[in-house]
Design a protein around this ligand. Sequence first.
Ligand SMILES: Cc1ncc(COP(=O)(O)O)c(C=O)c1O
Length: 425
Amino acid sequence: MSEPFQPGRDYAVALDRGDPLGRFRDEFHVPKRDNGEEEIYFVGNSLGLLPRRTASYVQEELEKWKRLAVKAHFDGENPWLPYHELLAEPMARLVGASPTEVVTMNSLTVNLHLMMTSFYRPTRERHRILLEDHAFPSDDYAVESQAALHGFDPAEALVRMRPRDGKHTIDTEDVARLLDRDGESIALVLLPGVQYYTGQAFDMEAITQLAHAKGCVVGFDLAHAAGNLVLRLHDWNVDFAVWCTYKYLNSGPGSVGGCFVHERHGLQRDLPRLAGWWGHDKESRFRMEPGFRPIPGAEGWQLSNPPILSLAAIRASLDVFMDAGGMEPLREKSLRLTAYLEWLLHGEIGDAVEILTPGDPRQRGCQLSFRVKSDVSGRTVLEKLEASGVTCDWREPDVIRVAPVPLYNRYEEVHRFVEILRGAL
Ligand SMILES: Cc1ncc(COP(=O)(O)O)c(C=O)c1O
């Protein structure tokens, strides 16, 4: 994006003043430093901030527990039995799906296993799994264990893609070439929507098409994409996807995850799966009879009755997203906010940092990842940033990640961050 930005703090303040989403910062609790100033919180990619309204949503459920106890499953406003259904519509909007294609349940890695149980159906000829070499470790372990469960040697079954020599990120062309060569032996392609380390956004639509053309199933880990990018999972024809809600979806530490199953599969009741009573046909669930009959759609993969307090926090957060108009306006601001950060880094910091995240805004979310290239070590820079009130994070071996989040971060914070970084260097 060749945005004509200008230097100086006043310009940043003017951008904030003209920001139609600026008021949403007041919807959040921003942590404060010992001196009472608000932190520059750039780790919404790790744990999103607490929305102010969450306390009342959770309190409402505590009150129901207090007043109605077990009867709250059926009585009062928003009974617990169908409570998760309240989340389906807004969650579906955020990921570009129909409400029956999404469900909020478990956590990301659990959902990944549930999805692979149904969608990784290897044969001797086609049993390999394509993932990236630097996949988030939980995905790596999950995939290895699935291959081993099916009796395959993970060392042979896992195809780990690396960026080309001299590059930090994987091109769609590289995926295409690999699928062209090995696609017939690959059962599952599992890639991130946004890569946690580099911040690269994959072209999910193109990859899905390429993989389907070779007969592979395609799943995405959207931990860093949900609430960050505009997603169209249904239209892109993605087979399944999983995500968490504690990062960009601001729903609290360890909060319940999200899961997408394309309706092509969700409506097939005979798909093999790990079953539990919460996925069973709602009409007959409480007859307590043997004989599992799945609910059509993603809900049919539920196992247990869900933690209502956590769902209440997710509901509060999704309501904030809906009030902000969904992902489109947020992404529009995000593109500008991150482009401004990149522009300032290039102009004010120059070669003292190397940005790993793609320069093409279509290939990234809000996060920029960089390495320090100066006499001061990256670790020291991070410590200095923290001492000056910036909260960002470090990923081994040497990367600092910063994620200005459009719902609550300001242009002025981006400006101040770069000033502090320049001082630290
Ligand atoms: C990209 C990615 N995948 C998977 C996970 C694991 O999530 P969970 O602990 O909810 O299973 C995380 C957690 O941060 C993540 O960032």
